[in-house]
Write a new protein. Structure first.
Ligand code: NAP
Length: 283
């Protein structure tokens, strides 16, 4: 498994498994078990996915030594702020059945995330989290957070895929030593990505599927990705990407697919801020 080295020296697998929109506990547990069996070691969940317990159950059943795993969860907007973040961290850890986390992310740049970051800096220094980071922080918020705090986020998990390549945001992250991680590596299937002609032609050259071409493209850009699937054959397929490499011409062809905007969510609108702040995960 290829790894990236984060800005604090911690190693992170470049390919992992995500469990957003898998609220059914049995299905989530089975998918994570299938992923671990296929060889994935990075699992990405969040308090707001309502499946940390199922992820924890699969981890426990796997019998894989804890130090071989890289487990990420995320702090939700409702739990922002110094005190709340500390409590939410304990709740997540308990649900996962773990005594430390590999990566804890601020899920969204809303509410009192400065307070959250101070709590996370403390938890990190106490050794309860190996790396701390953020998600959906666009360049202005990311740089502001970095300039006004001690610990630089190790990771920023943002939407990125062939239709939204995030070249500017990626450059900013590189400048500040923040590892980019892709959510929605397949654009959540939008815009018929799994039928895309450019990707199909490239895949045919190597005997690889469109999904495998996309994941290879992320890897070769140095982007950590966490594809989600609830189908075992796809989970295995998505991990089978180590035996081929895209050429410079392939990378250049995929570069032309960038429409430089999201068709999933726009973080810069009032409606998005209102919608995400209204998403409650507990009483
Ligand atoms: P995604 O991974 O881009 O796409 C998932 C979709 O692709 C599902 O419909 C899945 O269907 C399908 N799929 C997977 N492998 C396939 C294959 N080989 N062939 C054809 N179809 C395939 O979308 P995502 O789940 O939104 O993103 C991945 C992870 O990123 C999430 O699970 C979550 O951990 C994280 N995430 C984070 C944020 C954030 O705000 N930080 C937001 C969204 C997601 P089946 O499941 O039916 O196979």
């Amino acid at each position: 498994m290829q790894k990236v080295i984060l800005n604090n020296g911690v190693e992170m697998p470049i390919l992992g498994f995500g469990v957003y929109q898998v609220p059914d506990p049995a299905q989530c547990e089975q998918s994570v078990s299938d992923a671990l069996e296929a060889g994935y070691r990075l699992i990405d969940t969040a308090a707001a996915y309502f499946n940390e317990e199922a992820v924890g159950a699969a981890i426990k059943k796997s019998g894989i030594p804890r130090e071989e795993l890289f487990i990420t969860t995320k702090l939700w907007i409702q739990d922002a702020g110094y005190e709340n973040a500390k409590k939410a961290f304990d709740v997540s850890l308990k649900k996962l059945g773990l005594d430390y986390l590999d990566l804890y992310l601020i899920h969204q740049p809303f509410n009192d995330y400065y307070g959250s970051w101070r709590a996370m800096e403390e938890l990190y220094k106490e050794g309860r989290i190996r790396a701390i980071g953020v998600s959906n922080f666009y360049p202005d918020r990311l740089v502001d957070l970095i300039l006004n705090n001690e610990v630089v986020p190790a990771v920023n998990q943002v939407e990125t895929h062939p239709f939204f390549q995030q070249k500017v945001a990626k450059n900013v992250m590189e400048e500040y030593g923040v590892q980019i991680q892709s959510w929605g590596p397949f654009a959540e299937g939008q815009k018929n990505i799994f039928q895309n002609e450019i990707l199909a032609v490239i895949g045919a050259k190597y005997g690889k599927s469109i999904a495998q071409v996309i994941l290879r493209w992320h890897i070769q850009r140095g982007v950590v990705s966490i594809p989600k699937s609830v189908h075992k054959e796809r989970i295995v397929e998505n991990f089978n990407v180590w035996d081929f490499a895209l050429s410079d011409d392939d990378m250049a062809a995929i570069a032309t697919m960038d429409i430089r905007k999201s068709e999933i969510i726009d973080h810069f609108t009032a409606d998005t801020a209102k919608m995400l702040n209204g998403w409650k995960i507990h009483e």
